[in-house]
Design a protein around this ligand. Sequence first.
Ligand SMILES: *Cc1c(COP(=O)(O)O)cnc(C)c1O
Length: 375
Amino acid sequence: MLTLDANNNTQASLSLQAANQGITNIAPYQTGKPIDELKRELGLDDIIKLASNENPLGCSPLAKQAMQDELAEVGRYPDGSGYTLKATIARTFNVAMPQITLGNGSNDILELVARTFVSTDHSVVYSQHAFAIYALVTQAVGATGIEVPAKDFGHDLVAIAKAVRADTRVVFLANPNNPTGTWFEEAEFTTFMQSVSKSVLVVLDEAYVEYFPDNFDSLKFLKQYPNLLISRTFSKAYGLASLRVGFALATAEVTDLLNRVRQPFNVNSFALAAANAALGDTDFLAQTRALNHAGMAQLEAGCTTLGLTWIPSRANFLSIHVERNGAQVFQDLLKLGVIVRPIGGYGLPDYIRVSIGTAEENQRFLQALAQVLGR
Ligand SMILES: *Cc1c(COP(=O)(O)O)cnc(C)c1O
């Protein structure tokens, strides 16, 4: 009930029941602990953050320059159509501009999808251990979330296809998935797309695709399946997490609908300029990939030495089986100035997720982990 007292504003209050259906059940998204917060709490100076799958190299110098160049125009609204960035995306990925939706991070894209296609009468399907935002955007529009049990920690595409109901509007797939790093192959995906009704929008979230680009070329499926939407981000390999910019590729029809719901200025001018420049820096991307591959090998070797297992990953992080309460290990690592992510909220209570950092950061993490586990 909405209680508003016009004569006494101090009593005006919105009770829980006034919220839209589903909102009160939402568990707020847990973000990685910021470095400054840990500094304040523990008075530590030398802190490393391996908690949010950020790029340890930062971003391309071309992107930094593009942001500098943008400063003079800070008083003006950004280009609401994002023309220049869309033109570069179109050229880079061989799609047409009317197939592109820009988002304030790819999070914005996922939310736009839910708000455009899903309401209280519908269901949305996603996997156990999948990226938390899928459940969150589903609940936010009052729809029913259907969580399909994982197989070897990854998406079970056969079971996901079977879970689709007559009222299902959207299926969210993450390839690779966060926080497990698990992936699926082209053959499985092809079978999946063939078995799912064309009236269900399949959202293929490829936030980490740049790290292992050989997995498969999803873009070619856009021509074949009008119910496919591919979501990408500049937050991970491109190193622009703080700017908030991502994009969706889909048919012109789906794109037109999403853009009716999209805020006109959802991507700011610094983000537009930096993302545009970042796409042109293939050297930076190659460097990022090389550092990630070396870091993955370093962390896997370190885990082997410690007698620990992990979930094989094709992203820029590794989820490690710490064989005890992951939240406690997270706390103990904090005291040593190392921020990782506990993933009990994802149904993996005895795991921690660590983002791959520089060689020094990875080493420091492994040493801290050895100390915390007494190994
Ligand atoms: C990090 C991440 C995203 C999106 O991040 P944005 O910063 O909003 O672009 C999307 N999907 C997955 C699976 C992620 O891990």
